[in-house]
Each structure stands twice: as structure tokens, then as C-alpha cells.
Design a protein around this ligand. Structure first.
Ligand SMILES: [Zn+2]
Ligand SMILES: [Zn+2]
Length: 336
């Protein structure tokens, strides 16, 4: 791989396996009401290397990339925009109208090397383990940006996290790092509920229980003011909406698919805000990495597999069999 212009080529040291990779593999999303979003119709060309949680070390840099130390270990910000649309000019490349996200629109990290368009997307990881640092680029940044949107109530109220997978556990650790109250985690899987309690959740609730909302209210000492839905299915967003107190905020993060199930009159009557949150900005990633370098963030459980087993690991994730984060690595030291 020969870098051109400002490009930098890294040798990949770890690649996180994210739920979004499954959607890229499927080719799109179910939008409900019989609609579907297709990556192909949006100009994504195959073959494509997925993977947007990547760490690596520089092997080559283009003539305009400047001096880069080959011994420094980096995590890659993958949500690269065009640089010239209004969102990019506002510093929100993740909301770019013609995005070039690594692992979605351009080749990503399930590979031995990755091409990064500019060194501004590289963040030093210092002594952090690559398997800890790689997931920060998506699950870390996504949860950080979601939490920033409910920051005013993080310390005064318990937050409800729906989905105890990689994102939910990362969010739990970030709430602790930000000094917030221990959250309540909702998940249908008893193993994930146990992992959430182990990680410090105030309570974990099975949404299939008839009194799930009453259980959440009891654990929150009243109706919560913030819920974050990391699943994004009709049933989870319905629970997130219904559980909130008046004036509360539901942040939608998960991309499972489907259409909204909310009672429309209750949106004004409860004065509920429903807000989407998609990954995070380059400056938020800078904030997150600064926080992480202080040592405030505890690691989430991780397991590693050799890169050659990428398909199998994606199948395990699809079947809900991954606790915490799965990572692909290039050497033979995988634990999976
Ligand atoms: Zn992701
Ligand atoms: Zn743009």
C-alpha cells in the first residue's frame, strides 16, 4: 500500500468487531414501514474491508503528511468527512453529507494494513493496550457523544442504558469516569445483565418482565430523566420512551432497525425529547482520548481472535454470543 498526498498507511494491531459491521455485511438497514436503506444505493462499492475500530503503527506516509514517528502507536478516528460541506466545516465530520468513513465507505481495519486519509485522524494511545484503545473509536466515542447529550442529569439522576453489549458496558464505564450516578442496565440476556452488575451497574432489569418499568423506576428512585437505547429496535425504543419522566430525554444510538412505536400525544404531554446520536466528532474524540489518558476509564471485557476468523466472530456477534468487545488481531496471541 503506497500512501499519496496526506495519506498515512498503518500496520493494523487490533480491529474491533462492531454491530455496524454486521449491517455493512448485510448491505443495509431495515427502516420499518417496508422501507430499507441500502449501502449500495448510497454508492458503497464492493469489495470493501469493514472495521472502524482500529489501532496501528505507521509504515508509510504520503509526501504531504508531515513527519510521523513510526514507533508511535495510534487509534484511528474513522468517521472521515469530505471536509467542505457545512457539517464538516462545523467540525461534525461524522454528519458529513458525502462521508468517507473507514470501514463503511472506504476500506477499514479487518486487514493487515489500513490507509488513513490524513494524520489528523490519528490519536496516540501511549501505553494503552491496543485491544483497549481500538474500541474507543466507535463504542467509546459513540457512548461518549451520547452521554454529552444528557450530561446535565448524569450526576443528579441514574441513567437507563438499554442493551448491555459492548456499547452498554463501555457507557457504564464512561459514566463512572465522568463522575455520574451508577446507571441501570436493561437487557434480555441474563449473562449480559450479570456482566453489567459485575461492571458496577446499580441494577439490571429484564425488559421481558411485566413490571420492567416499575423495576427501573424503583432502581432509579423515581422516573429517570435520561435513557440511551443502544439496541434501536421498536421494543427497546418503546421501553426507553415509556420509562422516562416528564422532561426526560431518550437518546437513540442503536441501529437494529424498524419503525417508531411511540404514542404521539405523550411526546408533548411528557415534554420528552428524542434525540439521535451517531458516533461523535473529531473534537469529542480528542476529549475522550484526553479523559482516557488520565486512567479514569476502566477496560471492558475483551476477547481476541485471529484476523482469519473474522466471519466466525461476526456470526457470534450476530447470535448475541459476545460479552464486551471482540477484536481481531494479526498475530497468534488471540485468546478466542
Ligand atoms: Zn461501530
Ligand atoms: Zn462533509
Amino acid at each position: 500500500m503506497i500512501p499519496e498526498g496526506t495519506e498515512v498507511v498503518l500496520r493494523v494491531t487490533a480491529a474491533g468487531v462492531c454491530h455496524s459491521d454486521l449491517h455493512v455485511r448485510e448491505g443495509g438497514f431495515d427502516l420499518g414501514h417496508g422501507r430499507r436503506m441500502s449501502y449500495e444505493e448510497r454508492g458503497v462499492k464492493l469489495p470493501l474491508v469493514v472495521g472502524h475500530e482500529t489501532t496501528g503503527q505507521v509504515v508509510a506516509a504520503g509526501p504531504d503528511a508531515g513527519e510521523i514517528d513510526p514507533d508511535t502507536h495510534y487509534v484511528v478516528y474513522p468517521w472521515c468527512g469530505c471536509g467542505s460541506c457545512p457539517a464538516c466545516k462545523d467540525g461534525n465530520e461524522q454528519l458529513c453529507v458525502t462521508p468517507g468513513f473507514l470501514g463503511v465507505h472506504r476500506d477499514g481495519g479487518y486487514a493487515t494494513q489500513i490507509r488513513v486519509p490524513h494524520p489528523k485522524y490519528l490519536f496516540e494511545i501511549g501505553d494503552l493496550d491496543p485491544t483497549f484503545a481500538a474500541p474507543l473509536a466507535c463504542s467509546g466515542l459513540t457512548t461518549y457523544s451520547a452521554l454529552k447529550k444528557v450530561e446535565p442529569t448524569l450526576k443528579s439522576h441514574r441513567t437507563v442504558l438499554i442493551g448491555g453489549g459492548g456499547l452498554g458496558l463501555m457507557c457504564l464505564q464512561l459514566i463512572k469516569a465522568l463522575g455520574g450516578q451508577a446507571p441501570v442496565v436493561v437487557d434480555i440476556d441474563p449473562t449480559k445483565r450479570a456482566a453489567a452488575i459485575e461492571a458496577g451497574a446499580a441494577a439490571s432489569v429484564d425488559p421481558a418482565d411485566k413490571d420492567a418499568i416499575a423495576q427501573i423506576h424503583a432502581a432509579c428512585d423515581g422516573a429517570p430523566m435520561a435513557a440511551i437505547d443502544f439496541v434501536g429496535a421498536p421494543a427497546t425504543s418503546e421501553l426507553g420512551f415509556d420509562v422516562l419522566g416528564k422532561g426526560g430525554t431518550l437518546i437513540m444510538v442503536g441501529l437494529f432497525g424498524g419503525a417508531t412505536p411511540w404514542a404521539l400525544p405523550l411526546i408533548p404531554m411528557k415534554s420528552v425529547s428524542v434525540r439521535g446520536s451517531y458516533t461523535g466528532s473529531l473534537s469529542e474524540f480528542d476529549e475522550l482520548m484526553t479523559l482516557v489518558r488520565t486512567g479514569a476509564l476502566s477496560p471492558i471485557p475483551t476477547r481476541t481472535w485471529p484476523l482469519t476468523q473474522a466471519q466466525e466472530v461476526m456470526d457470534l456477534l450476530e447470535d448475541g454470543k459476545i460479552i464486551g468487545r471482540a477484536l481481531l488481531i494479526n498475530d497468534a496471541e488471540a485468546t478466542g
